[in-house]
Write a protein that binds this ligand. Structure first.
Ligand SMILES: [Cu+2]
Length: 184
C-alpha cells in the first residue's frame, strides 16, 4: 500500500487556499440570496397550483378563449398564457403602464421559460404547474419575450413580444374585448 507523502507542504497549502476560495464563493452566494430575499422581496411562490397539461385546451383557466390580458374588478390586470413547443399563446402580450400586472402561465408539454427582455421578469413554465408573478411597467414600449429554457430542436425559434401601452389606451382596448393580446 502506498502512503501519500505530504513532506512538501506546497500541495497542502494549495489545497488549503483552494478550500478557502470555495468557502468564500459559498458565503458570497448565500449573501446574495439573502440580500435578494430580504431587500428585493424575492421569494419562491407561497403556494403550489397545479393544472393538467393534457386538458388545458378543453376547459378551465388556460382554455384558449381565456388567454391574454384581462382587467380585474379591482383594476389590476391578469395575463394568462401558455408555452408549448415552439411558441407562446398568445405570441404577443399587451400590458398597461402604471398598473399591477399578474402573469399566470403554464406549459402544455415540456419545461419552457418566460423572460421579458430588459426586466427582471423571469419564470419557468413547468407542465402541471401554474407559474405566477406580479410586475409593474413604468414606460410604454415593446420588448422581446424569448423562451429561455432549452426545450428541444425548435427552441431558438420560440419568441414572443410584449407591448406595454399607456394605461388609458389599454382601458379603451379592454372596453371592446374581454381578453386582449397584440397578435395580428
Ligand atoms: Cu420553449
Amino acid at each position: 500500500m502506498t502512503q501519500l507523502s505530504t513532506s512538501d507542504g506546497g500541495a497542502d497549502r494549495a489545497e488549503h487556499r483552494w478550500a478557502m476560495v470555495s468557502v468564500a464563493i459559498l458565503v458570497l452566494l448565500v449573501g446574495i440570496a439573502t440580500f435578494a430575499a430580504l431587500y428585493h422581496g424575492a421569494m419562491p411562490q407561497s403556494r403550489v397550483e397545479t393544472t393538467d397539461p393534457r386538458t388545458l385546451h378543453l376547459g378551465g383557466e388556460f382554455i384558449e378563449s381565456n388567454l391574454g390580458s384581462a382587467i380585474e374588478p379591482d383594476g389590476t390586470v391578469t395575463v394568462r398564457f401558455i408555452g408549448q413547443q415552439y411558441s407562446f399563446t398568445p405570441a404577443c402580450i399587451v400590458v398597461p403602464t402604471d398598473t399591477p400586472v399578474r402573469f399566470r402561465a403554464t406549459s402544455a408539454d415540456v419545461v419552457h421559460g418566460f423572460l421579458i427582455d430588459g426586466t427582471n421578469i423571469n419564470l419557468m413554465l413547468v407542465p402541471g404547474y401554474v407559474s405566477s408573478l406580479g410586475a409593474r411597467f413604468d414606460t410604454p414600449g415593446e420588448r422581446l419575450m424569448p423562451c429561455q429554457e432549452f426545450c428541444s430542436v425548435g427552441h431558438e425559434g420560440m419568441w414572443g413580444r410584449v407591448k406595454i401601452v399607456d394605461k388609458a389606451a389599454f382601458a379603451r382596448m379592454a372596453a371592446e374585448r374581454r381578453r386582449l393580446s397584440c397578435v395580428e
